[in-house]
Design a protein. Structure first.
Length: 394
């Protein structure tokens, strides 16, 4: 088979979709030496700027894999306008439909209808939070993602959902045919391993200005990640625990978060909260490994990959009891209501107070994370490619 995969969100600091694309194609390169892959970086301006190192995407380029950088003959400002206000089908088909492939895998909500029906379209849908939690998104992002999901249900020969919960949401809210959807769970990846070297741990603390003892959150600063409630929960911890453990917020800039500094100030915890920013991939395992507990009280997740990342690094996890998070965490995390600040605080206190509890959760987390692998995800994805070619699509 000739397979084209959209890797447009891999360059630069990677968010969730970029990390998915990056990890998937590297896993495919480890398990498949037969099929021919074209990895397209189609429109590096998608993140509103042309990333200066977009041609250093760290994608596999040996054997049956090649990377192609395809520019779009549209002025950047016009492309940005079209991207968020409704890109014409002809331009979407130009971006993906001209690829030399039998199967085209779209990762970034660019969903064309191919006039050449010999080309089969596979689309990954991560979550439907733009519908279930619209207040957590900008208006432009809501419109863009909703169009992409609706077009996936309308045009895709197969949809990949990253959790059973996302599959059920697609069926419930978009009337998607269940037989159209395959669930492929994600994984933490080989870089996420427990770091014990004191020098490596110290170097990570020095680089990001981290204290020795801390509670960790990793994620973009956007409303869905529920950082405000986490801050409130932290503020209600006993003073002795706040004196011992800082709260470290790590991740990208996000959106709709301009009030966060004011929340920290009003709660009188400015001296105990550290905003570390985006953590480089070479340092993230060390940052996870020395956290006393990982707190992830998100309101909604299509998968919740940081849960497995923390578990793979031996870090106890407190996370939400909603959407896909119980599906990912199993019995290896403390599950709490994300809207109950007192409940989050109680769970954190229980973990921080007991070395025995932390060790039990550490062992359960390592075992849970080991059940997931990118090779398994890649194999299941490859099966989807085969099926759409053999069946002739929809």
């Amino acid at each position: 088979m000739k397979i084209a995969i959209d890797c447009s969100l891999v360059p630069g600091p990677r968010g969730g979709i970029g990390q998915y694309s990056y990890s998937l194609v590297h896993a495919l390169s480890r398990i498949d030496t037969v099929n021919r892959y074209s990895l397209y970086v189609l429109f590096p301006a998608v993140n509103h700027i042309l990333h200066p190192e977009y041609k250093k995407a760290e994608l596999p380029e040996t054997g049956n894999f090649k990377v192609i950088y395809k520019t779009i003959p549209v002025h950047f400002q016009l492309l940005r306008l079209l991207w968020f206000q409704g890109m014409p089908g002809s331009l979407r088909e130009y971006m993906l439909g001209g690829l030399d492939a039998e199967v085209v895998h779209s990762h970034s909500y660019c969903v064309p209808r191919f006039r050449d029906r010999r080309k089969k379209l596979v689309v990954t849908v991560y979550d439907v939070s733009v519908l279930t939690h619209p207040e957590c998104h900008t208006r432009a992002n809501r419109a863009f993602c909703l169009r992409g999901i609706k077009d996936a249900v309308r045009y895709a020969d197969s949809i990949i959902a990253i959790s059973e919960h996302t599959k059920q949401d697609l069926i419930r809210y978009f009337n998607a045919p269940g037989e159209l959807i395959t669930v492929t769970h994600l994984a933490a990846g080989p870089d996420y391993r427990e770091v014990k070297d004191p020098e490596v741990l110290r170097a990570a603390r020095d680089k990001y200005g981290l204290p020795e003892n801390y509670i960790l959150f990793v994620g973009s600063l956007e409303p869905r990640k529920n950082v405000r409630t986490l801050l409130k929960a932290y503020s209600s911890l006993p003073e002795r625990l706040k004196r011992e453990f800082y709260l470290v917020i790590a991740g990208g800039r996000g959106w709709l978060n301009s009030d966060i500094p004011g929340v920290v100030k009003d709660l009188k915890i400015s001296e105990r909260v550290r905003f570390a920013g985006y953590i480089d991939k070479d340092d993230i395992a060390a940052v996870y490994s020395q956290a006393a507990v990982f707190a992830y009280p998100s309101l909604y997740e299509g998968f919740g990959l940081p849960i497995l990342e923390a578990m793979s690094c031996g870090t106890p996890v407190v996370t939400s009891d909603t959407s896909s998070m119980p599906e990912v965490a199993g019995d290896a995390a403390a599950l709490v209501s994300p809207v109950d600040a007192d409940g989050i605080a109680a769970a954190l206190e229980r973990v921080l107070e007991s070395a025995e509890v932390r060790e039990e959760m550490r062992e359960k987390g390592l075992k849970r994370a080991a059940l997931f692998s990118w090779e398994k995800c890649a194999g299941e994805t490859l099966d989807v490619y085969r099926k759409v070619v053999e069946s002739g699509g929809r």
